[in-house]
Design a protein around this ligand. Structure first.
Ligand code: PBG
Length: 324
């Protein structure tokens, strides 16, 4: 038979390729994670995350202004808590004058329209480096939910637009939603880390916040990476409990999960390209083994293609600079 269909016609040159391209990346796709520390005049590079920094509040202002000017309109805040403020109760997590609460206010001061999301989990505040309260070596569920709800409320009171529980306790979305409603924070949203796997890709992040677990691992609460159907169960329960946005984490190894989730939910789906994924690209590029920019773009596009509508990524600025 004579060859009539030639798929390569649609790849002949850049113009036709652009015309038929199915997905595009824009600055609006991104959620920018930011690491905040106490002090003044601090912009310190995280050793395992080249070109990524922890900022003190004064320098956070400049960074946030720059993001806004670049068209990056959403941030996800994390704080590094001084050791002497850590305990097994999350006391500092609900301090109205804590670093997170001041960081939220600082961002809102300089960029009032920027969307501020906050990490809600106890690990940076925990003397054990775990996401919840520890009793006899076990991370207790319900007491943890109670404190997480108070933590979320305290972020809302400081001005957060969305809270992002990253702990994987059962029932925490409901606990948070109920308290926010009761206290009349009806428009404070919840982005749930709903399918969060126990992953070695979080290593560099734990360096950034000095939040590595002091004993054991996080496998009694974060998901087993051998499971696929369980991600749907976790996600649907979080939506029932009141999650406005759901998330899959990490990113690249879990694109199947992103697509599965996107196919069954009616809320926006986020993906988190985590610290270890960032570190791998930076390290290989530094050795000259991979081309940084093209590999980065290929990965970001993969998230969109898989179905993510929100991409949390340490590459956000790099990508937007490249988009021009
Ligand atoms: C804390 C939290 C973690 C990350 C986001 N929130 C670490 C963990 O669960 O151990 C990881 C982010 C990254 O690696 O970039 N609950």
């Amino acid at each position: 038979m004579q060859q009539l269909r030639r798929n390569r016609r649609l790849r002949t040159n850049d113009a036709i390729r652009s015309l038929v391209r199915e997905y595009t990346i824009t600055p609006h796709d991104f959620l920018v994670p930011l690491f905040v520390v106490e002090g003044k005049g601090i912009k310190e590079e995280i050793p395992s995350m080249p070109n990524y920094y922890r900022y003190s509040l004064d320098f956070l202002k400049d960074e946030v202004k720059e993001l806004w000017a670049m068209g990056l309109k959403s941030v996800l805040l994390f704080v590094k808590v001084p050791d002497d403020l850590k305990d097994n109760k999350g006391t500092e997590a609900i301090n109205a004058d804590g670093l997170m609460q001041r960081a939220i206010q600082t961002v809102k001061e300089v960029a009032p329209e920027l969307l501020v999301m906050t990490d809600v989990a106890l690990d940076p505040y925990s003397s054990y480096g775990h996401d919840g309260i520890v009793e006899d070596g076990y991370i207790v569920n319900d007491q943890t939910c109670t404190i997480l709800a108070k933590m979320a409320l305290s972020h809302a009171q400081a001005g957060a637009d969305f809270v992002a529980p990253s702990d994987m306790m059962d029932g925490r979305i409901l606990a948070i939603r109920e308290l926010l409603e009761k206290e009349n924070y009806k428009n404070t949203g919840i982005m749930s880390y709903s399918a969060k796997y126990a992953s070695a890709f979080y290593g560099p992040f734990r360096d950034a916040l000095d939040s590595a677990p002091g004993f054991g691992d996080k496998k009694t609460y974060q998901m087993d990476f051998a499971n696929r159907d369980e991600a749907i169960k976790e996600t649907l329960i979080d939506i029932e409990e009141g999650a406005d946005i759901v998330m899959v984490k990490p990113g690249l190894c879990y694109l199947d999960i992103v697509r599965d989730v996107r196919d069954v939910v009616d809320v926006p789906v986020a993906v988190y390209q985590v610290s270890g994924e960032y570190a791998m690209v930076k390290a290989a590029a530094a050795k000259g083994w991979l081309d940084h920019d093209t590999v980065m773009m290929e990965q970001i596009m993969a998230f969109k293609r898989a179905g993510a509508q929100v991409i949390a990524s340490y590459f956000a600025k790099d990508v937007v600079k490249l988009l021009g």
